[in-house]
Design a protein around this ligand. Structure first.
Ligand SMILES: O=P(O)(O)OC[C@H]1O[C@@H](O)[C@H](O)[C@@H](O)[C@@H]1O
Length: 242
């Protein structure tokens, strides 16, 4: 998303680019924090654990396969793909249809609205199905991911003027605070004897081929990536001047 789709959207308008990048970064950070604080298991890990502990002994008709796309290193809840994809599709659809509505009355008809909702829901459900097919997510993780994405996006849209008007020093301080919070979670977990790297250990334990694991999908990498993107936005603040 950050490398291809979001920059490509910037070809059409700088407004879309800024809106997409800021909403996407905030929502991705929210997701990374949730996964960092409370990593939940994934179907692949859960099922393999069940077989290893002999809780399930009957061999299923379908074998579970692991490959590069299914060897994830973060927790399952909330599904990052569903969360960010829902936000991406909603922002693009709203820009596209608002433009069409401004150009022609015909686009405001109930038929066109139905097509729009059908397309959005269809694309999000396809994303859920792809995650379920790979056994990387449970259904509730996908549904919650999309739900949290929608709630976070509506909060962002409601406060966008306030956020875009923040002076640079406030924005940078907020990002530094988030960095401190992520670090504190690490030490609090160590104090409580909770392994902060639990999800990484699960990934190494249940992924049959260690070379399938990608460092860029680890929880610390995702947090650093998102906080780095946020710092970029903070340094460019106030964003309404861009
Ligand atoms: O939660 P999901 O959908 O399995 O996604 C796992 C990871 O997928 C990666 O593509 C993202 O960069 C990470 O931020 C995310 O944690």
């Amino acid at each position: 998303m950050f490398n291809i789709f979001i920059p490509l959207c910037g070809i059409f308008s700088q407004e879309i680019l800024l809106h997409l990048f800021s909403a996407f970064t905030l929502i991705s950070t929210l997701n990374s924090f949730e996964k960092w604080i409370f990593p939940e298991t994934r179907p692949l890990w859960f099922l393999r654990e069940q077989f290893a502990n002999k809780v399930v002994v009957e061999k299923p008709a379908v074998a579970l396969e692991s490959h590069q796309l299914s060897c994830e290193m973060t927790g399952g809840l909330p599904c990052a793909h569903s969360m960010t994809f829902t936000v991406f599709v909603l922002i693009l659809a709203s820009f596209f249809f608002v433009r069409c509505w401004d150009r022609s009355e015909a686009w405001r008809s109930p038929f066109c609205r139905c097509i729009m909702y059908f397309l959005i829901i269809g694309m999000v459900v396809c994303m859920w199905l792809s995650r379920l097919y790979l056994a990387t997510e449970f259904l509730h993780q996908c549904i919650l991911g999309s739900y949290l994405g929608i709630r976070a996006l509506s909060t962002f849209e409601g406060n966008v003027k306030y956020l875009f008007a923040r002076p640079r020093r406030y924005a940078v301080s907020a990002v530094c605070f988030l960095g401190g919070l992520a670090l504190s979670v690490y030490y609090v977990k160590l104090e409580l004897n909770i392994d902060p790297h639990w999800s990484v250990r699960e990934a190494f334990k249940w992924c049959p081929e260690p070379t399938y694991l990608r460092h860029e999908v680890g929880p610390i990498f995702a947090l650093v990536r998102d906080l780095g993107n946020l710092m970029g936005l903070a340094l460019a603040s106030p964003l309404y001047k861009l």
